[in-house]
Design a protein around this ligand. Structure first.
Ligand code: 13P
Ligand code: SF4
Length: 363
């Protein structure tokens, strides 16, 4: 089966816009490149197809390749880099991205990237994080409606109320949150470093926002008490412990690895729990014969392309927000310089600090 190719409406006409926004006037709008499948495109993209041949059928490549070729050419013309999250589809992840990773890796890269333009292939909070860390750069997101159920579960006003209720208790906020919420935060964390961040504060209690399940997982790993919010990831909350037990009963040799945004009964069934990057490292290092990745399903296709000897069992839960990002929209972003991520400077100044504190923790 194709690697979620039905989620990529290749062939959709891409309108070239009038240069009307400030960013379009500054950079100009480019002509739309040809999207024909030709022997030249086939030759020029053969090395990229070699990377994804195990997850994208040969019959589908002629639809993807002209976009891949055009995007890679326009990236150079715009002096742009593409940052892509591990949940992006394989033709984006392996064929047009310059940097791939989990939220923490992408944030670190955004802070040091050498380019005029960042195209964020991920969801809106990730693009905001890049803009906060690289305010002088133009940050584009191919679809500004790519949201996140965790980020939309809480507002800055909610955090202000919590701070009134628990005066003096520091606020640790998962990066899956809006700039508004980050502006009310002491320090951010990702699923890679949440325990370390919570313990770095040297206090016995923190307000941990907004992911209840990540918070419960962190609480199981530390003595620090966590005051939680009831935000959930709409992708990970759908998994159940019962479902995983059924997979294991059907094949006891299966290894199960899960993202900490999953509910506790799911994590109780897992052989390993970690961020998307930690899960990928685990598979690449351990090379299990059969693995079930309890997370968004594009990630299994991305890893499978690199480790074809591992058999991936895919209980496919798609993130509808991540799947808004497609090759045609990435091409449109580069042609039309859309959609620019803009953050109110007064919010940005306060929202940047907790992310910078998190990144500095490593040192
Ligand atoms: P990671 O930081 O583990 O990549 O998680 C981001 C995310 O949105 C998971 O749903
Ligand atoms: Fe948000 Fe969940 Fe989608 Fe990640 S997978 S972006 S947490 S809704």
């Amino acid at each position: 089966m194709g690697a979620l190719s039905n989620a990529v409406p290749v062939g959709t006409p891409i309108p070239v816009m009038e240069a009307s926004t400030p960013v379009q006037r500054r950079y100009g709008v480019l002509p739309m490149p040809s999207l024909e499948w030709t022997p030249e495109i086939e030759r020029a993209t053969a090395h990229l197809y070699a990377k994804v041949k195990d997850v994208i059928p040969a019959v589908e490549w002629p639809f993807f390749a002209p976009y891949v070729h055009a995007i890679n050419r326009l990236k150079k013309e715009r002096n742009a880099v593409i940052l892509a999250h591990n949940y992006q589809t394989p033709e984006i992840f392996h064929c047009v991205a310059d940097v791939v990773g989990d939220s923490l890796q992408l944030a670190r890269e955004a802070a040091k990237v050498d380019a005029d333009v960042i195209v964020q292939c991920g969801v809106h909070f990730m693009a905001e994080t890049s803009k906060l860390l690289s305010p002088e750069k133009t940050v584009l997101i191919p679809d500004a409606k790519a949201g996140c159920s965790l980020a939309s579960s809480i507002t800055g006003a909610d955090v202000r109320l919590l701070k009134q209720r628990y005066p003096g208790v520091p606020v640790v906020t998962y990066v899956n949150s809006s700039a508004d919420v980050k502006a009310e935060t002491d320090i951010c964390c990702t699923s890679s470093n949440a325990v370390k961040v919570v313990e770095s504060l040297g206090v016995d209690r923190v307000i941990f926002l907004p992911d209840e399940y990540l918070g419960k997982y962190v609480a199981s790993q530390t003595k620090v008490k966590l005051i939680l919010w009831k935000g959930h990831c709409e992708v990970h909350e759908r998994f159940t412990g019962e479902e995983l037990r059924a997979y294991r009963d059907a094949d006891p040799s299966i290894e199960i690895i899960a993202h900490p945004e999953c509910p506790p009964d799911v994590l109780a069934e897992a052989d390993f729990t970690g961020s998307t990057a930690h899960m990928i490292d685990w598979v690449k290092t351990r090379r299990p014969a059969k693995v079930l990745m309890v997370t968004e399903c594009s990630m299994a296709s991305n890893v499978q392309a690199e480790v074809p000897d591992v058999n991936f069992i895919k209980p496919c839960n798609l993130c509808p927000h991540m799947k808004r990002i497609t090759l045609p929209k990435i091409l449109s972003a580069l042609v039309n310089m859309s959609e620019e991520v803009v953050i109110d400077p007064a919010i940005a100044e306060r929202a940047r600090l907790p992310i910078e504190r998190m990144i500095a923790l490593r040192a």
